[in-house]
Ligand binder design. Structure first.
Ligand SMILES: *Cc1c(COP(=O)(O)O)cnc(C)c1O
Length: 390
């Protein structure tokens, strides 16, 4: 990497693809390679179909699911939309007493919250659960929110801004007592921590390639066998993917995703140790500045994300002084607005502290040197801004 290029500390927004992934994708585009349409019955089509099904097995293995229980999507945004809109709309058509209620949390990703808002416009009711000051949802709150007409609970595994991991097993147990399906947005945990749909006992699970060293624009939704009948598609057409998601399969994307999952299954433990070590070093260095607060639970979290607030500092000014670092104030999606992070507000941080937050996210290619340079840069800017403050 050349010297002027900023240090990349934004792995939670996206990661570069593994070079092996990029190479495998290229082979599925050209005339010499496997460019066929997997829906075609001729030899070119069959070869492409074989690649797609191999990738499905690779992606399913990462979450310990049977391959036929995965549907390809364009990413976790679409997977979340399909899980939430698809479950709710299918349930609303059922019987004389259709389900009209969903449960989610205030700290969910926008790709969960926005479909829920959409459903409110369609006449559904949604309960938005609060978290504690460390970003965790007490499973008891889920129990209290469930109603006889609840059609879905959607709770994320790892939070994209603060990295905390929710207790999905406990939440799933509560949902199952009441026979309510549970959807889990695992975009930030897939390939980062152990992820097993059998153990979690979730009914629907979203994940995406570009957060785990695969390409952008491809993801998957896992659905438990009993869920197929209770999912309404968002996209209609040729009936691909068992009718759940029509459209010609993006073979190169799928092959890249599959390989990225296989590589992640082999690498996540080492990656996690690496990120854990670097995050500890980063936190130690930043904490030494003084007036630094950790956002989110200190230990129940994914290894790669560190979110901190600085007292007496305005976040935008801080970020502006840190052009040598590629990092976010909060989630990548809301960074273009001046609104303080709704996730940090939900934790009870005041506007000023929410606005002074920085999210550092580390990955496989992060180095000790990156961390030390980041600490030096942030220390310099925080001191400068505090000295200039009235
Ligand atoms: C990135 C992310 C998404 C969206 O994934 P895309 O593949 O970019 O659509 C959804 N949820 C969480 C928690 C994420 O981090």
């Amino acid at each position: 990497m050349n010297a002027q290029e900023p240090i990349y500390l934004d792995y939670a927004a996206t990661s570069p693809a593994d070079p092996r992934v990029a190479a495998a994708m290229g082979e599925c585009l050209t005339r010499e390679g496997v460019f066929g349409n997997p829906s075609s019955m001729h030899q070119h089509g069959r070869l492409a179909r074989a690649r797609v099904e191999h990738a499905r097995a690779q992606a399913a293995a990462l979450i310990n699911a049977p391959p036929q229980q995965l549907v390809w999507t364009s990413g976790a945004t679409e997977s979340n939309n399909l899980a939430i809109l698809g479950s709710a709309r299918a349930a609303a058509k059922r019987g004389r007493h259709p389900g009209r209620h969903l449960v989610t949390a205030r700290t969910e990703h926008k790709s969960v919250l926005d479909p829920c808002r959409r459903l409110e416009h369609e006449g559904f009711q949604v309960s938005y659960l609060d978290t504690d000051h460390q970003g965790l949802i007490a499973p008891q709150l889920v129990r209290e929110a469930l109603r006889d007409d609840t059609v879905l609970v959607s709770i994320m595994h790892a939070n994209n801004e603060i990295g905390v991991l929710q207790d999905i097993e406990a939440i799933a147990a509560i949902c199952h007592e009441r026979a309510v399906p549970l959807h889990v947005d695992a975009a930030q945990s897939a390939g980062k921590v152990a992820l097993d749909v059998e153990r979690l006992q979730c009914d629907l699970l979203s994940f995406t390639a570009h957060k785990l060293y695969g390409p952008k624009g491809i993801g998957a939704l896992y659905f438990a066998p009993a869920r197929r009948a209770s999912l309404q598609p968002l996209v209609f057409g040729g009936g691909h993917e068992r009718g759940l998601r029509s459209g010609t399969l993006a073979v190169h994307q799928i092959v890249g995703f599959g390989l990225a999952c296989e590589l992640a299954a082999a690498a996540w433990r080492a990656d996690a140790e690496h990120c854990e070590r670097l995050r500890a070093r980063l936190w130690q260095g930043l904490n030494a500045i003084g007036g630094v607060l950790l956002n989110g639970h200190p230990t129940q979290r994914v290894p790669g994300i560190l979110n901190v607030s600085f007292t007496g500092i305005e976040g935008e000014s801080l970020l502006m002084g840190l052009t040598e670092l590629s990092l976010s104030t909060g989630s990548a999606c809301s960074s273009d607005s001046d609104e303080p992070s709704y996730v940090l507000r939900a934790l009870g941080r005041d506007t000023e502290l929410a606005q002074s937050a920085l999210r550092f996210s580390l990955g496989r290619y992060s180095s000790e040197q990156d961390i030390d340079l980041a600490i030096a840069a942030v220390t310099r800017e925080v001191r400068r801004l505090r000295a200039a403050a009235p």
